[in-house]
Each structure stands twice: as C-alpha cells, then as structure tokens.
Design a protein around this ligand. Structure first.
Ligand SMILES: *Cc1c(COP(=O)(O)O)cnc(C)c1O
Length: 379
C-alpha cells in the first residue's frame, strides 16, 4: 500500500522541505565564523518570535531540558513556588521543582479548565515569599490555553517571576514576552517552530537574570549564565546541535516572512474550523471555554474507544493524531493545527475522522464536519 503520512500531532509536527534540505547539507565545524553566523541569525529570529529584546538561549535537548534549566538556574534551596496542575505538563513543573528540593504549592485545576488568574492573585497576596509562578501557555494534554497576560499583571508587582512553558504554544498563540512582562519563556523545536525534536530555547527577563545571579541549586550542562556568556559571541559552551540550528534558521525565515501576526491568524482559523467541525459531527470539546490554537481535544462518547480510534486513523488512513494521556487515555483524541499546517491539513484531519467514525458505526451525517470546516475556511 502507498504510504503517505499526515502528521497532525501536537509535536512532533511536520517539517518544511526547506528545513529538511538545509539539514541534509554536510556538517561543518561549530567553532568557526561560518557557524557563528548561523547562531547569530537564529537568535535574531528567535527574539522576533519570542517578542523579546533579551537573548534567547538555544540548548541541545528536548523542551523539558529548558524547563529544567529554568528551575535549576533561577531558584535556590527551600524556595517557595506555585505551579498549576491542570494536565500533564503543568504537573511536570511540579515534578522538576520537587526533584530539586524546591517547596511547591500546587494549584489543582480540573483537566480541561484553565486556571483562574484570581486564584494566583490571592496566593501571591497571602504569601509574599513566593519566588516563582510556573504556568503553561497551552496545556497540550488538554488543549487548554492559560491567560498568562493576566497572570503577568500580578507577578509584575510582586517579587515572584512568571515562568511560562510555551513549548507547544510559541508560534501558535500570541505571546509578547517583553510587553506583557513574562519573565521566562521556554519552548522546543518540534512544535510551532516546525523543526525535528532536539532543540530547546529559553529567554529570561532582567528580573529573572537577577535571580540567576543568586541561585544555588546544582547545575552544570544547563548553566544558563555560562550559555549566555557564550551567546554574546554567537557561541555555545558545549557542542551545539549543528545541523538542527542550520535547519532552524530556515524555519525562522519561513515564520518571519509570513509575519508572526499572520502565523497566529492562520492557527486561529484552523483551530476554529477544527472545533466547529467536531461539533457538527456531534462530538464534544474537552476545553470549550478556553481552547488553544495549538490542539483541539475532542471528547468521545463512551461507546468509542479513543485508543482504537487513534490506531485506526494511523494504521488505516495514515493520519496521525494523538490520544489522551493519563486519566484521559481512551476518552479523547487530540488533533493538532500546529506549525507547518494549512487549511488542507485540517480538512484531511476532519475527513479522516469522519471516515473512521463511520466505519466503527458512530451515527452522524457523513460530510457534516467537512462542510462546516469548509464554510469557516472560506470565510
Ligand atoms: C511537548 C511539550 C513539552 C515537552 O517537551 P519535550 O520536548 O517532550 O521535552 C512540555 N510542555 C508542553 C506544553 C508540551 O507541549
């Protein structure tokens, strides 16, 4: 059978051919002016996407490495922090903090709901010792978006910094790091930045760099102060992921040529079309109140096994979507509209979903979702 794959997962996401070709070039040595030019160009593009004037540090790791680097470079032993647990990735912040012996207060949020910024406000008001608030711009496990702009309004007038996991959201959701006063933003290469996995990125505000100066948690590979010193000369402390950075320059060119505002509008449109199509098929949304532009979590009726549906979509239709994680396993599927995707990727996803649902006997009008999606996408 002809294999032609459609990758509609919220990471990894499809990689544009320009990037693939750039990465296929023979490797060059990194301690050279030729390679430093790539680092300088990539950093400039990253600053544009992060919307910050401060340096954006590139690490050779998956996104979680940047999360860990935020914790071990900014905090000190016995520091108090707030995390939000409304999904797998919010929980990860708490897990990393605990691994470093940091004092974590967890705000529990129902999976599928977004944290109310007022809750964070009252936590900060009752405890002036809190050093950091860890947030997740898009909680990829549930498709929920967090109002980090509102949270920044509170951390701005408090000693605490806001550290945002924008691993899936950067390049899909609006984030104005400097304007909004977000102190730390982390992301990874394999989501909105349209690259393979393997790179992580982190930017710090001046307020966050002050914490880095006094942080006493152990760190070696992920020492951001060291990385930042090297970056001033377009260099890295350790061997960088040379070909990934060369590919990244192409990806950032694609993003900045389209224009970040247009990139965000495209994601918003595809997200809306996906949500409305899913509703037209008669299925529910896990996060109807605060849906992200990154991924749509589709609630399945009890009669449909989500694990089987994901498998059927992949093995029979070659359309790769994600299933539910942890307590949502089997109960949802997650369709991404993230990165190198256009209207027809969304159409493919909806169409495959309809065909697979029909096949397993779910009752609905074939084409209802596609019709709705086309109406929105032509609007
Ligand atoms: C993908 C993702 C991560 C994890 O990144 P890795 O690259 O797998 O380490 C963390 N947070 C969010 C919100 C994500 O979507």
């Amino acid at each position: 059978m002809l294999k032609k794959r459609y990758l509609l997962t919220p990471g990894p996401t499809p990689v544009p051919p320009e990037c693939l070709l750039a990465m296929a070039k023979p490797i060059i040595h990194h301690r050279t002016k030729q390679f430093r030019a790539y680092i300088a160009e990539a950093t400039k593009g990253l600053q544009e996407v992060f919307q910050t004037k401060n340096p954006v540090i590139t690490l050779a790791s998956s996104g979680t490495g940047a999360m860990e680097s935020a914790v071990c470079n900014l905090l000190s032993k016995d520091d108090k922090v707030l995390t939000v647990s409304g999904g797998k990735f919010g929980e990860r912040w708490a897990e990393i903090c605990k691994a470093y012996g940091v004092n974590v207060k967890i705000i529990e949020v129902e999976w599928g709901k977004s944290v109310d910024p007022a809750v964070i406000k009252s936590e900060l008001e009752v405890d002036s010792e809190i050093k950091a608030v860890f947030t997740t711009l898009c909680e990829t496990s549930t498709g929920v978006k967090t109002d980090i702009k509102a949270i920044a309004e509170m951390t701005k007038n408090h000693q605490a910094i806001q550290v945002t996991d924008a691993i899936s959201a950067l390049g899909a959701e609006e984030i104005k790091m400097d304007d909004w006063g977000i102190d730390v933003v982390v992301t990874g290469s394999q989501k909105g930045l349209m690259m393979p996995p393997g790179l992580a990125f982190i930017a710090l505000s001046d307020k966050a760099w002050k914490l880095a100066e006094v942080s006493d948690l152990p760190k070696y590979y992920f020492n951001l102060t060291k990385a930042n010193k090297s970056l001033a000369n377009s260099d890295t402390p350790w061997t960088p992921a040379v070909n990934l950075i060369i590919g990244l320059v192409e990806a950032l060119n694609i993003i900045t040529s389209e224009g970040i505002e247009n990139v965000l509008k495209r994601h918003e449109l595809l997200a809306k079309a996906t949500r409305e199509a899913v509703k037209a098929i008669g299925l529910g949304l896990l996060a109807p109140e605060s849906p992200s532009c990154v991924v749509t979590a589709v609630k399945l009726p009890e009669t449909i096994d989500g694990v089987e549906l994901v498998k059927k979509l992949r093995d029979k239709y070659d359309v790769w979507v994600a299933g539910g994680q942890a307590q949502l396993k089997g109960k949802i599927i997650r369709i991404a509209h993230l990165g190198y995707m256009n209207k027809f990727d969304t159409i493919v996803g909806i169409s495959a979903l309809e065909m697979a649902l029909k096949e397993i006997g779910y009752e609905f009008e074939l084409g209802a979702g596609i019709k709705k999606a086309e109406e929105i996408l032509t609007g």
